[in-house]
Design a protein around this ligand. Sequence first.
Ligand code: GDP
Length: 300
Amino acid sequence: LVRLRARLSRSQNALGKGLLTLLSREHLDDDTWEEIEDTLLTADVGVQPTQELVERLRERVKVLGTRTPDELRGLLREELLTLVGADLDRTVRTEPEASKPGIVMVVGVNGTGKTTTTGKLARVLVADGRSVVLGAADTFRAAAADQLQTWGERVGAHTVRGPEAGDPASVAFDAVKEGKEIGADVVLIDTAGRLHTKTGLMDELGKVKRVVEKHAPLDEVLLVLDATTGQNGLVQARVFAEVVDITGIVLTKLDGTAKGGIVVAVQRELGVPVKLVGLGEGADDLAPFEPEAFVDALIG
Ligand code: GDP
């Protein structure tokens, strides 16, 4: 965690440090507040959350009068924690029940890191003593099933796959069936994410979901978003939310951007918490999203 925190803070602290420096100016005039706004907008926090935060900061700084550095830091920390939703429940629901494994469907546009995230999540679960079945329902991208199976072999999870270009829903169905039969704790289903035809995506994901739910209800639908795509990610999020009920967001490639504000924007957009973050390409680079660590890394 310390290592992850260090990596996060390297990429993110432009935002928090910038805010603290600006707030520490002796005269907080309109120009400075505009700079504060710009800093938040540049970090992809989004227009409305930015305005709300700036309004609260203005009010609180006014009430405070003279400001010590510690007071300012504490105030900023508190407000940023509120902004990222420190109280949201971010548990990834993977608990098996008597009659069925926990079932998690992973969705998102190709290239966002869906397969990698599925593999990393399997690794975390296996390390936690859970048995995992992987469903390679991304039958569209030729290499996806191989990639997932490689992850499976690496972490010790069985992969269920179908014929190339086969029916994703039937792979998902088989994976859950297999999971039930062998008494697995968790079934993770990787799906395809072609966005160029929205109807195609809707049909396909909708079908995967319906077919899986013939076995048992889904416990989680995790939407994988690439943090470096900024506002584009929000557009994607909207489309997916129309098709399936997203229960959690995984924000990948947070290691490669200073635009951590997207956490705030996407949570607002979907009304769903960021549950996991991807902080690199390696197997250990998936972490729970921890608001406190995130905000501390922001402020530096
Ligand atoms: P998919 O098409 O959505 O399944 O995407 P992949 O899982 O194949 O990932 C696409 C690329 O993103 C790969 O090169 C991954 O190694 C990389 N990737 C995934 N997650 C992260 C992350 O958190 N950080 C970084 N830097 N790269 C990532």
